[in-house]
Every structure is written in structure tokens, then in C-alpha cells.
Design a protein around this ligand. Structure first.
Ligand code: ADP
Length: 447
């Protein structure tokens, strides 16, 4: 096992990785920008190195500074967390070229799945069902018109290099297609420096259901069940559940067998998530994330498996010591993503947290880098806490979430705590009766 791991990230996920390392007797190195000098991950890590000014591109995305920090501290491996460099194949390649282990998949798999068109082509070849749409990148608006006519409106133009819901535009009719095509390409070029786009049928009432997998690179692949991440605003997840209130154990097994078979043939390594849209009893693959995801704790709560420890073991070359039959699902888990934003307007609200009081009690987990007196910097993602609960049943998990939300205090900044309190009170949410479009309408109704 590694002796020392550098954590190339910040915020709650840097703490999450630090905690797993600590429990395994691995020393940790935090890297940080000047804006994060007093951040919790810096305080808790065994060592820390300042890698640049506040702007992410000069610090958390600064590959040379991160590799230098790993060299001078004598780290054996680098964990990229999520976001930042976690899905950058060139970074993974450089980490390995410098003699460190990259705690994630091979650079080739990161590269393949980072290009959504290549990912869909690979999955089609492995027998995984896709959302109907173009076979690859669209060469022209005329081609987009022809494909849209074939799959029928509404359609979605999506960036091949997409992420975070950017470079994605809906066209409800042929009249809207030209505008969607133009805007999606402009956004994609600005955000990713690559304006290749493809087209998918826009599903009108799907759920977002994703499957967590773990693979050792020696051919063994297991899945840890599904997460339902249908509660989204602007294609960004706000609340996640494991398992999905809409999926039966038989459907879960069917999806699990399909996905683990496909990734086994691909020779995949480390943790990954395949995202699907699920409508009318059919799964359709949309993308694969080759990293740990924000919502991984709900899976940990129902399986009892620490995903970060498993990532570390696999990255150190250990084979998975168990098969699918050893994985059992217990109860139900829900996560609320609490961000430093206004609950009604979603205006960002960085600044000083005067009081932070996390909830506690049975079945409650808070992953957060907040503390009383901490200043949330304006430079990064607005996620400040993940409140995760576990219950024997979904109803108990909801009651527990309601109770935990009522105990939690974050004073000094605006947060989305109030929005989450309203969601858990809603009868449709309580009935598990929602699609990916539900939350947008709920938010619009509330104002
Ligand atoms: P990103 O990588 O930018 O997050 P995804 O491909 O993962 O993009 O899609 C994000 C979200 O957008 C999905 O969870 C879903 O809510 C919505 N979405 C994506 N593709 C479709 C589609 N074909 N029809 C309807 N909604 C979609």
C-alpha cells in the first residue's frame, strides 16, 4: 500500500480522501491555493503545499505545480477527487510518467469516456443501449436536420466534450434547430475549446439512473447498485438516492449484468459510473464518469463499502477480494447537496460562516469542509456540505433527512438548506414520483 498520497483537490472531497487515507495508515499531502490557506483540508492533512494564486487554472489545474508538490513531499500516488483534473487524461498520463500512481482509470479509458461520442460508440459496440440519435459528430446543420427528422422532435444538441450541463441545447421543432445548433457549438467552443456536437432524442419524462462500478484492472468488475439522480436544476444534481424508488431488484440486476460484462471486456480499472436515462422500462446510456462522483456516499451507506479505500487498493495493484455475490444492499440513503447559494434566486453567496452546526444522530453523515469562522471563497464550486442519511426504509430516510435538515445551522451566508427542507416535505417527492424535469417545475412554483 502507498505510504503517502497527494490529494489534488479542495473542499469536502479533499477531506473525504484524507479520511480514507488516515484510516488506512497512509500519510496525506494537501495542495492549496492562497485563497485556501486556512481551509479544513490543509489543516487536517499531514503536510501541505501552496500551489498558486486563487484562480483554479493557476492552482488546482496547475499540473506542473502539483507534480512538483508530489515530488518534493515524496508522495507515491495522486488522488484527483472530482472536477478539476480528475478527468484529464493528459494529467493522468503525466502523473504516471513521473513515477506516481494515478488513483483512477487508465489514461486511455479517461480519454475515451471524456469524448462522449467515443464513449457512445464504445458502449454501442459492447451491447449497451443508447439514446437514439446521430451516429457520431454532426458534420453540418443539414445533417442535424436529417437526424432530427428521423428520431423526431424534441431533440437535444450536445457537446462531445460536454460536462456540467454546458453545451447542451433543446430544439422542440425544426424552427428551433438552427439556434440550438449555433448556441450549443458556441458554448462548447467557449467552455471546452472543442465545438464538436452530436444529437440525441430529447426524452420527455426520463429518470436519471446511474450505476456505480468498481473494477480491478485484472478483469474483475462488480457493481454497487444504482443511484437515482433525477432531481436536477439546469442539468445539475441536487438530491440523490440509493436505490432508485422506481427500479425493481430485477431491473437493477439486469442493468448490473449488462454493465459489468461490458466493462470487463473493456478491461476497465478503478471506480466509475455509467449514467443512463430510464423511461418506459428502457435504459439508454448517456455518459460515463471515470472518477469518484459527488453523490458516492449514498452508495457507501447502502453497501457498507468505502469507495475511496477501494480506489486506493485497486490503484496500489490489489485485486478485488470479493465478487458480486458478496455485495448486499441495506436500506435506503438520500443525499442533499447544500450549496452557498440563495434558496430562491440561486445567487452565489460566498463569505464568512459565523456559525456552523452539523446535525448528528443515528444514520446521519455530513461531508463538509465548513467550520465556524471559515470564509467560503468566491473562486470555486459552491458546494459547501453534503448531508447524507440512511434509513431501513425510504420513508425512514426521508423522516431522518427532514429531522437532520431542521438541526443543521449555517449562519452568515445564504445556503440552499431551505430549498431542501421544502423538497422533503413535498408529497410527490415523498411518493418517489418524479422525473428529471420535476425539480425545475418545483422551483418555479415556489417563487
Ligand atoms: P453533463 O456531462 O453535461 O452533465 P449529461 O449527458 O450527463 O451531461 O446530461 C446531464 C443531464 O441532462 C442528464 O442527467 C439529464 O437530466 C439531461 N439529459 C441528457 N441527455 C438527455 C436526453 N437525451 N433527453 C433528456 N434529457 C437529457
Amino acid at each position: 500500500m502507498f505510504g503517502k498520497v497527494l490529494i489534488a483537490n479542495r473542499g469536502e472531497i479533499a477531506l473525504r480522501v484524507h479520511r480514507a487515507c488516515q484510516e488506512m495508515g497512509i500519510r496525506t499531502v494537501a495542495v492549496h491555493s492562497t485563497a485556501d490557506a486556512s481551509a479544513m483540508h490543509v489543516r487536517l492533512a499531514d503536510e501541505s503545499v501552496c500551489i498558486g494564486p486563487p484562480a483554479a487554472r493557476e492552482s488546482y489545474l496547475n499540473v506542473a505545480a502539483i507534480l512538483s508538490a508530489a515530488t518534493i513531499t515524496g508522495a507515491d500516488a495522486i488522488h484527483p477527487g472530482y472536477g478539476f483534473l480528475s478527468e484529464n487524461a493528459d494529467f493522468a498520463e503525466m502523473v504516471e510518467a513521473h513515477g506516481f500512481a494515478f488513483i483512477g482509470p487508465t489514461p486511455a479509458h479517461i480519454r475515451m469516456m471524456g469524448d462522449k461520442i467515443a464513449a457512445k460508440t464504445a458502449m454501442r459496440g459492447l451491447g449497451v443501449p443508447l439514446v437514439p440519435g446521430s451516429d457520431g459528430a454532426l458534420a453540418s446543420l443539414e445533417e442535424a436536420r436529417a437526424v432530427a427528422a428521423a428520431v423526431q422532435y424534441p431533440v437535444l444538441i450536445k457537446a462531445a466534450a460536454g460536462g456540467g450541463g454546458r453545451g447542451m441545447k433543446v430544439a422542440r421543432s425544426e424552427e428551433e434547430l438552427e439556434e440550438a445548433w449555433r448556441v450549443a457549438r458556441t458554448e462548447a467552443r467557449a467552455a471546452f475549446g472543442d465545438d464538436s456536437v452530436y444529437l440525441e432524442k430529447y426524452l420527455d419524462r426520463p429518470r436519471h439512473i446511474e450505476l456505480q462500478v468498481l473494477a480491478d484492472g485484472y478483469g474483475k468488475v462488480v457493481h454497487l447498485g444504482e443511484r437515482d439522480c433525477s432531481l436536477q436544476r439546469r442539468h445539475q444534481k441536487l438530491v440523490e438516492e440509493a436505490g432508485s424508488p422506481a427500479l425493481s431488484p430485477i431491473e437493477r440486476d439486469r442493468l448490473g449484468a449488462l454493465v459489468t460484462g461490458a466493462l470487463g471486456r473493456l478491461g476497465y480499472r478503478n471506480a466509475g459510473t455509467l449514467e443512463f436515462l430510464w423511461q418506459d422500462g428502457q435504459f439508454a446510456f448517456i455518459e460515463m464518469n471515470t472518477r469518484l462522483q459527488v453523490e458516492h456516499p449514498v452508495t457507501e451507506m447502502i453497501t457498507g463499502i468505502d469507495l475511496v479505500k477501494e480506489q486506493l487498493r485497486v490503484a496500489a495493484g490489489e485485486p478485488l477480494g470479493y465478487g458480486q455475490e458478496a455485495i448486499r444492499f441495506h436500506g435506503h440513503a438520500i443525499e442533499c447537496r447544500i450549496t452557498a447559494e440563495n434558496s430562491e434566486t440561486f445567487a452565489p453567496s460566498p463569505g464568512r460562516v459565523t456559525t456552523f452546526h452539523p446535525p448528528g444522530g443515528m444514520g446521519v453523515r455530513v461531508d463538509s469542509a465548513l467550520y465556524s469562522g471559515y470564509s467560503v471563497p468566491p473562486h470555486y464550486d459552491s458546494l459547501v456540505a453534503k448531508l447524507v442519511v440512511h434509513g431501513v426504509t425510504r420513508a425512514e430516510a426521508i423522516a431522518r433527512m427532514r429531522r437532520a435538515l431542521s438541526e443543521m445551522v449555517v449562519d452568515g451566508i445564504d445556503t440552499t438548506l431551505d430549498l431542501h427542507k421544502r423538497i422533503v416535505e413535498d408529497p410527490e417527492f415523498q411518493a418517489g414520483d418524479y422525473t428529471i424535469h420535476w425539480l425545475e417545475r418545483f422551483v418555479a412554483r415556489g417563487r
